[in-house]
Design a protein. Structure first.
Lengths: 214, 560
């Protein structure tokens, strides 16, 4: 987007630009699905191969934090939708407020996740050289925790990027004179944020709810 | 001149802006350009350099194979050479070749657009490519990698010496460049078409680029995460592939080929698009069966995702999986054959004009057919057990990758060179080099089919003495091939200054890119073109009549 006009030179009008940007974001999310997909495949393979050990290992995760974090992310998706709506109707204060609240939810998620990581590392569950697991074959238990740290780690990285973008957008919403130029961008950030949320919705049962019913 | 061709849209009114090459010529203006045409040129220069690196590795390999004991290098060095050759040629030459050079340059113009949808992302993709390439080159200079381009675990993740992680990082970074290009093209084709340019009026090159982009976007992320997992396992000894720590090495192969088999189609579909454009232009006839050729590109892209297991027939994957993958692999030959038959039918009753791009296309059709048919040998389970990891496989995929894609890339470069540079290349020399390449290629790789059938395994620096004659033939062919590759490099550079000025449409071709000036102005078109016809509005009868009239003029019938 050039400085003078809200429509970049390669586009005919704002509508074409908006449609192109939206499609671009959807295609990007498709690549993200495949990116996470390979890790989910790895998880599925070893869960089927070592169901018993995965069940035992899963019990060492902190389900309270996992559940609270799920709630936080779901709420943050709600406030994100409100931010998208505020941008659409050019309500500056509401936009800044909802972007900030969403960012705060994201930070809260990361802080809680950090506490959980700290606890697990202290317990010797980080799959490094100090890994210890006495109830079952340590190699297979290590596989669970490797996948756990990898998948939640990559997810946390996505949350972090999302939080940074939310803060930047909140600042832009404070400083810019033309709110309509922010509307598409907030919309796209919303798509990204919902995607990150949905990934967690899949991660939560796979990590915390392995055989909890029994 | 309009007797020969009826262009889709009227020629553009002359623009008084300078051409994209003349706009500004500082280093900064090139390195920070967002013009799709300049980015295409940046890619062209970079992949040519990578081609020289990959080609140098191949040269050393072929020289080494002149004698059965290995004439030149130790087995370790040889392992590094074929790894360099594979990695560089696959990720830093073939995958970017047609999409990022020709695609970047002509795709927006074919759509009647001023640029791709996201010009800055386009530039970023080039920087990612260069960044990844820097890591790969560093890995080579620092001592190389000996895993082969496939990085099979647990060898790569545990035992291999060398800079596996640096090499994987390079491919990982360059992969995001591929994703960015694919994303850009998908959005551009969907949203940037000129008024009246419906999907069924798109040139077939656009269809093939669109299919390629879908593969780039869906397959590359899987490779990225797979390489991350392999690198983590190598760096920290934790992972999911090494059987010593409870992992499954076959999982790596599944994930790797889930990317790398579709990637094979990234390395051929764009070439097929180039062939469709050139064959229509030089037979002065619309491509026969437009819909079939267009949708066969999509079919190849879709089927390409479900055949990866044919790389793993002897890997201990289940025999039932092998049978399914075998059948699915046979299915890919249907859309591929549809293309070959339709191109051949396009020639029938056309008005054929033997110019260099057309020679390359004829070469492509023949060599691709051989490569494709030998692919069927390999897709058959029982035959594959005999041929796995032999030179038969090497010959098969080089017939597709080099005989197909490199021929198409060179054909496309010759075809669009007047548009890119505004100058004509020297025709006679170009025809000569096309013949060199065709002859050299066949002499290099045809003996390898026989070698493989006789049982010579790939990836060895030494071989049994009875294979020597065929190996010497192959090396001799490679030298002819090398001459054929150096000639265009020389005369393209020469033509930049001394070539005949081309004019907007030297081939009298249809297609929006030919309605604008050569080289085009920065924003391609002075007025937005409006499309009212399907593509390839050529008229073979008018072309033949024009030709006859010309002959009559030069040499009236009563003289003969």
């Amino acid at each position: 987007m050039s400085a003078e006009s809200p429509v970049a030179h390669q586009f005919e009008d704002a509508a074409q630009q908006r449609e192109a940007a939206t499609l671009g974001m959807w295609v990007f999310l498709a690549t993200e699905v495949l990116f996470f997909g390979a890790m989910f495949l790895g998880y599925t393979v070893y869960r089927l191969k070592y169901p018993e050990v995965f069940r035992m290992a899963s019990e060492h995760t902190i389900i309270v934090i996992g559940t609270i974090n799920t709630g936080i992310l779901l709420l943050s998706s709600f406030t994100m939708v409100l931010a998208v709506r505020a941008a659409e109707f050019k309500r500056r204060m509401a936009l800044i407020a909802f972007l900030s609240v969403t960012a705060l939810f994201g930070i809260a998620f990361l802080v809680l996740k950090g506490f959980e990581y700290a606890h697990e590392i202290n317990e010797g569950l980080f799959p490094g050289s100090h890994f210890q697991f006495t109830e079952a074959d340590p190699y297979t238990a290590r596989m669970f925790f490797y996948l756990y740290f990898l998948m939640t780690g990559v997810h946390a990285l996505h949350v972090t990027i999302g939080v940074i973008m939310l803060v930047i957008f909140a600042l832009r919403a404070m400083l810019t004179l033309k709110l309509e130029r922010l509307s598409t961008a907030v919309d796209l950030l919303g798509l990204y944020w919902h995607f990150v949320d949905i990934v967690w919705v899949f991660l939560f049962p796979l990590i915390y709810l392995v055989d909890r019913h029994s | 001149m309009n007797a020969i061709a009826t262009p889709q849209a009227p020629p553009q009114p002359p623009s008084h802006e300078p051409s994209y090459l003349a706009v500004e010529n500082t280093v900064r203006s090139w390195l920070l350009t967002t013009d799709h045409k300049r980015i295409g040129i940046l890619y062209m220069i970079s992949i040519t350099l990578f081609f020289l690196v990959g080609g140098a590795a191949a040269t050393l390999m072929r020289l080494n194979l002149l004698t059965p004991q290995g004439a030149l290098v130790t087995s370790t060095t040889y392992n590094k050479l074929f790894t360099i050759h594979g990695v560089i040629m696959v990720w830093f030459f073939l995958i970017p070749s047609v999409p990022t050079v020709i695609g970047n340059f002509v795709l927006p113009m074919m759509l009647g657009a001023r640029d791709v949808a996201f010009p800055r992302l386009n530039l970023a993709s080039w920087y990612l490519f260069i960044g990844g390439g820097a890591f790969a080159l560093w890995a080579i200079i620092a001592g190389g990698v000996d895993t082969g381009w496939t990085f099979y675990t647990p060898y790569s993740s545990t035992y291999a010496n060398g800079h596996v992680i640096a090499m994987a990082t390079g491919i990982f970074i360059a992969g995001f460049g591929s994703i960015a290009t694919g994303l850009n093209f998908i959005v551009t084709v969907h949203k940037m078409r000129a008024p009246g340019l419906t999907w069924h009026r798109l040139p077939l090159f656009v269809w093939s680029m669109y299919s390629t982009s879908v593969i780039l976007v869906l397959a590359t992320p899987v490779l990225a995460i797979t390489l991350v997992l392999m690198a983590l396992e190598r760096a920290f000894g934790i992972g999911i592939f090494d059987p010593a720590i409870g992992g499954d090495p076959l999982l790596f192969q599944h994930l790797f080929w889930f990317y790398s088999h579709p990637a094979v189609y990234i390395m051929i579909l764009p070439g097929m698009g180039v062939v469709s454009e050139i064959i229509a232009c030089f037979s002065r006839k619309a491509v026969f069966g437009y819909y079939f050729v267009a949708y066969s590109s999509v079919a190849i892209a879709v089927l390409g995702f479900v055949v990866w297991g044919h790389h793993m027939f002897v890997s201990s994957q289940s025999i039932y999986a092998g049978m399914v993958f075998s059948i699915l692999s046979f299915l890919v030959s249907i859309p591929s054959a549809i293309k070959v038959f339709n191109w051949t039918a396009t020639l029938y009753r056309g008005s054929i004009w033997f110019q260099t791009p057309f020679l390359y296309v004829l070469g492509f059709i023949g060599l691709f057919t051989i490569g494709g048919l030998t692919g069927l040998f390999l897709a058959a389970l029982a035959v594959d057990v005999h041929l796995t990891d032999t030179y038969f496989v090497i010959a098969h995929f080089h017939y597709i990758m080099v005989g197909g894609m490199v021929m198409a890339y060179l054909g496309g470069l010759h075809y669009w060179w007047p548009k890119i540079s505004g100058r004509m290349y020297p025709e006679l020399l170009a025809k000569l080099s096309a013949l060199f390449i065709f002859a050299g290629f066949n002499l290099t790789f045809f003996p390898q089919f026989i070698l493989g059938y006789l049982g010579m395994p790939r990836r060895y620096h030494a071989y049994a003495p009875e294979f020597q004659v065929l190996n010497v033939l192959s090396t001799a062919g490679a030298s002819i091939l090398a001459i054929g590759y150096f000639l265009p490099l020389a005369y393209f550079l020469w033509s930049l200054r001394y070539g005949k000025v081309a004019g907007p449409n030297p081939w009298q071709a249809t297609g929006l890119e030919w309605t604008t000036e050569s080289p085009p102005p920065e924003h391609n078109f002075t007025v937005v073109p409006i499309v009212t016809e399907p593509p390839y509005a050529y008229d073979p009868v008018a072309a033949e009549e024009a030709l006859a009239a010309k002959r009559e003029q030069r040499e009236p019938a009563y003289v003969r």
